[in-house]
Design a binder for this molecule. Structure first.
Ligand SMILES: Cc1ncc(COP(=O)(O)O)c(C=O)c1O
Ligand SMILES: [Zn+2]
Length: 389
């Protein structure tokens, strides 16, 4: 079923065995990447996967890390639609503008992709208790998939996490810990409390190897939706960066599979002005980012002061000749209202931020009317009733 061969460190390349529970590299502490026998996969699937596969991210199962299908923990992860935004495109002078709407996934956000994969792999490895620090949506998704798998979840959230996220975790039976501060403070608390519970498995993004594999399916899906001619530009609201790194990995795999050529979209990270460590690092041509002090933004998913795999985000931005841009909260929320009224799509604030970046990028000449542009809406706007008056 799966062409998985091993896990490889993203920095020192040390190999790790996927039959054992793994987190990050034992030698250098960096993110592990799942590797597959792509040569064999290429022979078996020379032209992608047949249309007749399941209409779900599990259609990519040969390139995903779950070895036995009975270990899959699923809540119905459908292929998310690619929707044209003609009115917005005409107003901005960008005739080839699309949104990929991730709000339709289980638990209302793209975090379902990563957590479906992490919980399925945890199930396969016999893990019974999971824990996570989260900005909100990852916690909701982990709680849901853990409930489905009969696992216990321990959730650490900033105390000002959107109320819906707290309530969904509680409804799914997770144990919720609210922590003063941001996601870094939540992680610190979790790591203290985990010392007394060695059986808890940490599902922090990119410290756990398989959430990335779930997120990479965004890259596979959109390639198919664009008939394997990738868009010129992808705008991705970036916190921990898992989706951006995952898509970048998917494009690399697809080239090795012979499904696409070497051309890549320009990857653009959108962050909030009140928490923009990747934008600052990109502008300073750094290979990693510095911790962002006093991070503030209503786009809670973007309030990540220092991403664990910042170097992989920045590599993708540089290698793709992309860029990084920050927008103010007012601009993000104005875009949420505008896109709802103009397109009938209720974006999350992070998706609003990505749309709000379009005029800025036009001004900076980072995008042009000839470009085909795909913007990610990463969650359903109806999860944030308090943000829209
Ligand atoms: C709605 C939403 N958008 C974007 C992000 C950022 O995602 P990533 O960590 O993949 O950068 C998050 C993360 O919490 C989120 O909840
Ligand atoms: Zn290493």
């Amino acid at each position: 079923m799966s062409f998985l061969t091993h896990l490889e460190c993203s920095v020192c390349r040390a190999a790790h065995a996927p039959a054992q529970v793994q987190s990050f590299c034992r030698s250098c502490g960096k993110t592990l990447l799942a590797r597959y026998d792509l040569e064999a996969a290429r022979k078996a699937h020379p032209r992608g996967f047949p249309e007749s596969g399941p209409p779900s991210l599990w259609k990519y199962a040969p390139l995903l890390p779950i070895l036995q299908p009975e270990n899959i923990v699923s809540l119905g992860e459908l292929i998310t639609p690619r929707i044209p935004c003609q009115r917005t495109g005409s107003r901005l002078g960008l005739p080839h503008l699309w949104v990929k709407d991730e709000g339709l996934l289980p638990t209302g956000s793209f975090k379902a992709r990563g957590l479906a994969m992490a919980v399925s792999k945890a199930q396969e490895l016999g893990i019974r208790t999971v824990c996570i620090p989260s900005a909100g949506n990852a916690a909701g998704a982990l709680s849901a998939y853990a409930a489905r798998a009969g696992m216990q979840a321990h959730i650490y959230l900033p105390e000002d996490t959107p109320p819906v996220n707290v309530k969904e975790c509680l409804a799914y039976g997770a144990e919720v810990h609210l922590v003063q501060g941001n996601i870094s403070d939540a992680a610190r608390r979790m790591n203290q409390e985990r010392k007394d519970h060695p059986e808890w498995f940490d599902v922090s993004t990119l410290k756990e190897p398989y959430r990335l594999e779930g997120k990479k399916t965004m890259g596979y899906e959109l390639a198919e939706q664009f008939d394997f001619r990738l868009p010129d530009v992808i705008l991705y609201p970036t916190g921990g960066g898992t989706g951006l790194i995952g898509m970048w990995k998917a494009f690399d795999e697809m080239e090795k599979l012979g499904w696409i050529g070497p051309r890549r979209p320009r990857m653009i990270s959108v962050q909030a002005a009140g928490c923009a460590p990747i934008v600052r690092a990109f502008r300073e041509a750094r290979r990693d980012s510095l911790f962002w002090e006093n991070a503030q933004t209503v786009a809670s998913g973007l309030r990540v002061p220092k991403a664990f795999a910042d170097h992989l985000i920045l590599d993708a931005l540089y290698d793709s000749r992309g860029t990084a841009v920050a927008v103010r909260d007012e601009e993000a929320l104005a875009a949420v209202r505008e896109i709802a009224a103009r397109e009938g799509l209720f974006l999350c604030p992070e998706g609003g931020a990505a749309f709000a970046a379009l005029p800025v990028l036009l001004d900076e000449k980072a995008i042009s009317p000839e470009d085909s542009i795909l913007v990610f809406n990463t969650a359903a706007g109806i999860k944030y009733p308090d943000l829209i008056s």
